[in-house]
Design a protein around this ligand. Structure first.
Ligand code: SAM
Length: 406
């Protein structure tokens, strides 16, 4: 008797030339492939493609690659128009005072819902890659390097199918990884040293890096003089650990639950020449022991991530934030400080209140000994057409200096 072996990975199936075909399904979100797949090329009118994509039929592209990009743009324009019509029908609840009210969360949820619908439709245009990550379409770009960054070296396990949208994201991430993000705080701390951080695909990028200035400027706790040890909880690219090392802290233990983050942090710390001072650990929140300084920049928005790449931005039920606050006092050396980096964007959206945050701090037996603040400088804060502009324009990022209460 033979038992069916479970599939090693998700597979997408379609019919081509009268034959059944299948390929490995690549999807960062972990969404199952569409059960309905049709072949599409340059002859398919955009209106037909739009209708099929909205119905959940995937379009496996067999035409000119650049025309697939154009098709995606025209699908996006159609979706934007529909989104605008919906937004006009359901105006956002007015907020006369600009103060957080529970209704303010509505535009946030509406916007996320629209974004999810948009992503679902746009993800219906699919591209096939061969076992070496090559695309056999006219005018197709070379994508081996971006795919290798994100998925690892080709394993020779046959054809792969990915949405064009995801492929574009991989290419964008690859460019960021090559170019890196300049971190002014790293440059100020070592004017002749390397000052860029190279984010990997799926790892939180410090591209909006004002919070890094807060870490570079806050007064270091005097307890470090006794034992120069700090923890960086949720290190991502390793940027905070690097700043702490450049501030002269002798040893930093940096943790993350995401293996991709740890690989990325290792590379960055080596490039910056501080890897000897930083130990990396794949750990849920804290390593064992106590340190004079424990820093954490958790995801700022308490909402459900819809893909692994969103786990660094959305923290469902404020799990990481609350876990950090509840556990940190047990990891602080006498006289030590916990530094929590948090924007109040979620407060302006009505997703978390200041009272809640203060109550979690108090319940953890911590007291606030200082607050350093900075306003985000990113473009979205200035964009009045952004549906969340009001919250973005009011946003403030705070480094909360916390100590165990007396
Ligand atoms: C907002 S990002 C901050 C990254 C980096 N510290 C920075 O400031 O750029 C949050 C990071 O925490 C990590 N993370 C989430 N939950 C975690 C947990 N329970 N323990 C450790 N790290 C976690 C995520 O993988 C992500 O890299």
């Amino acid at each position: 008797m033979t038992t069916a072996q479970p599939e090693r990975f998700a597979t997408i199936h379609w019919e081509e030339g009268g034959e059944p075909r299948s390929a490995r399904w690549r999807c960062e979100r972990g969404t199952a492939p569409s059960a309905r797949v049709v072949l599409a090329d340059d002859t398919m009118p955009a209106d037909v493609a739009y209708r099929l994509a909205c119905e959940g039929t995937a379009l496996l592209w067999r035409g000119d690659f650049q025309n697939a990009r154009m098709l995606l743009q025209s699908l996006a324009r159609r979706l934007d128009k529909t989104g605008e019509r919906k937004a006009k029908k359901k105006p956002a609840a007015p907020s006369a005072s600009g103060m957080p009210t529970p209704q303010v969360a509505l535009p946030f949820h509406q916007q996320r819902h629209l974004q999810a619908q948009r992503a679902r439709v746009l993800s219906m245009v699919l591209i096939e890659l061969d076992a070496q990550y090559e695309i056999a379409l006219r005018r197709a770009p070379e994508v081996q390097a971006p795919c290798t960054d994100a998925w690892g070296a080709p394993q020779g396990d046959g054809a792969q199918v990915v949405s064009l949208r995801e492929l574009q994201a991989l290419v964008g991430a690859h460019e960021w990884r090559k170019k890196g993000v300049e971190i002014p705080a790293l440059a100020k701390l070592a004017p002749k040293g390397y000052d860029r951080i190279h984010p990997h695909y799926g790892v939180f990028s410090p591209v909006r890096g004002e919070y890094v200035d807060l870490i570079a400027q806050a007064p270091l706790p005097t307890a470090l003089a006794k034992k120069s040890l700090a923890y960086d909880i949720g290190t991502g690219t390793g940027v905070i650990a690097a700043v702490l090392a450049r501030r002269g802290i002798q040893k930093i233990v940096a943790t993350d639950t995401d293996p991709r983050a740890l690989i990325c942090a290792r590379e960055n710390l080596e490039r910056l020449g501080v890897d000897q001072k930083v130990e990396l650990a794949q750990t849920d929140l804290f390593p064992e022991g106590k340190a004079a300084l424990v820093v954490c920049n958790p995801p700022w928005v308490p909402a459900k991530p819809s893909a692994p790449v969103e786990r660094a931005v959305y923290d469902e039920g404020s799990r990481m934030l609350r876990g950090f606050l509840a556990g940190v006092s047990a990891h602080l050396a006498p006289g030590g400080e916990a530094w929590l980096i948090l924007s109040d964007f979620a407060e302006h959206l009505g997703l978390r209140s200041r009272e809640e945050l203060l109550s979690w701090i108090a319940e953890a037996g911590l007291q606030v000994v200082g607050k350093n603040q900075i306003r985000p400088r990113h473009a979205k804060a200035q964009d009045s057409a952004n549906p969340l502009h009001q919250a973005r324009a009011a946003e403030m990022t705070t480094l909360w200096r916390l100590q165990v209460g007396w």
